[in-house]
Structures are given as structure tokens and as C-alpha cells.
Write a new protein. Sequence first.
Lengths: 204, 162
Amino acid sequence: MAIRSLKTGQFSRSTLVGNPVIMPGSYESIATVSVGAGGSSFIDFTSIPSTYTHLQIRAICKSNQTGTSGEFEGLALRFNSDSGSNYARHFLRGSGAAASAGASTSQTFASIGLEPDTGYSSVSQMFAGQVIDILDYANTNKYKTIRLLGGFDSNNTGTNVGAINVGSGLWMSTSAITSIRFASGGSFDRGFTQYSHFALYGVN
Amino acid sequence: MPAGKTYTPLATTTLSSAAASVTFSSIPGTYTDLVLVGALDMTAGLDFWFRVNSDTGTNYSMTRLTGNGTTAASFRISNESKIYINFSATSGEQNFIMHFMNYSNTTTYKTILKRFNNAASDLVARVGLWRSTSAITSILVQTDSSTFKAGSTFTLYGILAA
């Protein structure tokens, strides 16, 4: 993707997650979901137009999984209501004590990130941050890939005191992505607490 | 429905001479996220960090994942008065991007995602927490005992959600 330098006017490299510099005007807000009192079972983006090159989702989130000791939960997504075994993912993670890596294949959702549960009582205002890129989402000739930078830090409280996560995902479909559903938990069965906030952007 | 152009450069600093710090102040609260991009080199002593709203209290913590070409590792800090962007032991061109998520809301603590790259030494991903519900209105990027070289650039962007 071409990027124009603010200083020189020169076009250069991409601006997706982890990369610097943006070309003003190539990035548009599509929709935003803010979770209100009582929480939400899912976060849904529907009727996504196919007029962009990539999608980016920027979020703060917390699982509504009830916890007492402070543990993390998965942040997962499905595209186009597809609950078939068509998802895979890899992750590289830092826990604050050790680095680890893992992968899953033939999943019914892509569990690409981590977020805190409700058990972090001393830092209850803490939310995970997530920046997720969905590349070439409208292309009907190839499978869709996802990348994520996300995590949270609890100031050394709870069982899981923090997690920084670099993730990738795959949806094995050539369909254009027209909807995205986010859920949490290991079985795509948990939602999000109040003040979780998801914003969807289109990138050209 | 697209809401229009939403990724806006708020301020850019290109150092004309070496400097120990860069400050972005009077940040408007009208955006959803902030993104700070730095491309820099340093004269010596390669540690630098950031602080927001001039808060020198021990309200910061951070979890880090790093790879140095040989091993991957992770560590964390808590109850600090600042968050390091890098501890690199090697000079050379470096860059970072920091995402201040939902920086202007007054309900949640602030989570900051960071990526740092120095091809000569390491690459790093970090997540930081500032335990305050205040909106972020200023960001200080400061070296420990060194200076950023002339030509180093720091650009702050605002991202607006629909």
C-alpha cells in the first residue's frame, strides 16, 4: 500500500499494524461498537462494504467471563457467520516471565488475542488493547489472513499478570468478508464487559 | 457507513539538533486513539522512555516480548514512574510505533501497545498500562542520559472512530 510522506510528499510503505506512517485520506471509519451497561454477548460488524483494500479493528476489551483471581481469556472472531472448521492461528506471546509460541488448526473460530476476565479487582479499570489487520478482505481469489498486536498489563496483580501477544490468523475461504463477530472465551461463548470498545476502519 | 478521513497528523517534530526529549502537549480529546511514530538514532546511552500528563507517580507498568536474533524473552515491570520504549544496547537507526488506545476516555485505565525495531539489535513488542482514568493530554519522550540525534522524527496522529 502506498504511503505519502507528510514532509516530502514521497510515496512509500504500508501503514498497517507495526508499520509507521499513514497517508491521510486512505483510512476511514466504518463503524464503532461501544458496550453499555450489562455488557454484550458478541460484537458484530455487518454489511461491511467491499470498497477498501484492508480492514483494521482497534479495540479495548475485557471478557465478561467471571473471575476471582485474574486470568486471561481468548479474543476470537468469525467471518460471515462461518462456524465450520476453517480457521487457524499462530501466536507469539510474552507473559512477563517467559516467551512462548503456539498454533491451532481446523478451528471453528480464530482465537487471535487475549484479554482480561473480570477477576482483576484492584485494577478493574484495566482493559486489553488490540490492533487487528484483516488483509485483502474483499479478494475472492485467496484465503484471508489476519494479524494482531494486543495485550494487557495488570501491574503485577492476578494469576496472569500480563500478556503481550503477536498473532496471525487464517480463514480458509475465498469469500469476501462482509461481517465479523467477536466473542471471548475458549469456546466462543463469552462476551464483553461495559466500556469495551471496538472500532472498524477501512484502509486503502 | 464511512465517516470520512479519520487518521490525522496532529504534530511532527524533526530535530534540527540533538535533543534529550520531545514533548507533545495540548493534545485534543477529540479522537479515539493516538498513534506516535518515531524514527531515530541516539548519540549514546540508548535507553529512552515516555510519560504522559507529566505524571511522575508510580502509576505505570509494562509487559515486554523481545527477540534479539538468538532468543525470545519476556519480562515485566510494575509500579514505575515511566515506561521504557527501549533498552537497546546497540546504536543505529531505530523506529517505534505506539498506540494509545482510547486515550481520551475518562472511565478506563489507559493501555498502550508498542512495537520497537532496531535491525542491529532487537525487535520488541510491549503493552503498557497507565493507571489513571484521566484523558491523555501530553506525552513526553525522554532519554535517560543521552540525546536523540538531529534528524530524528516523531509524529503524533489522531484516529477518529465513527
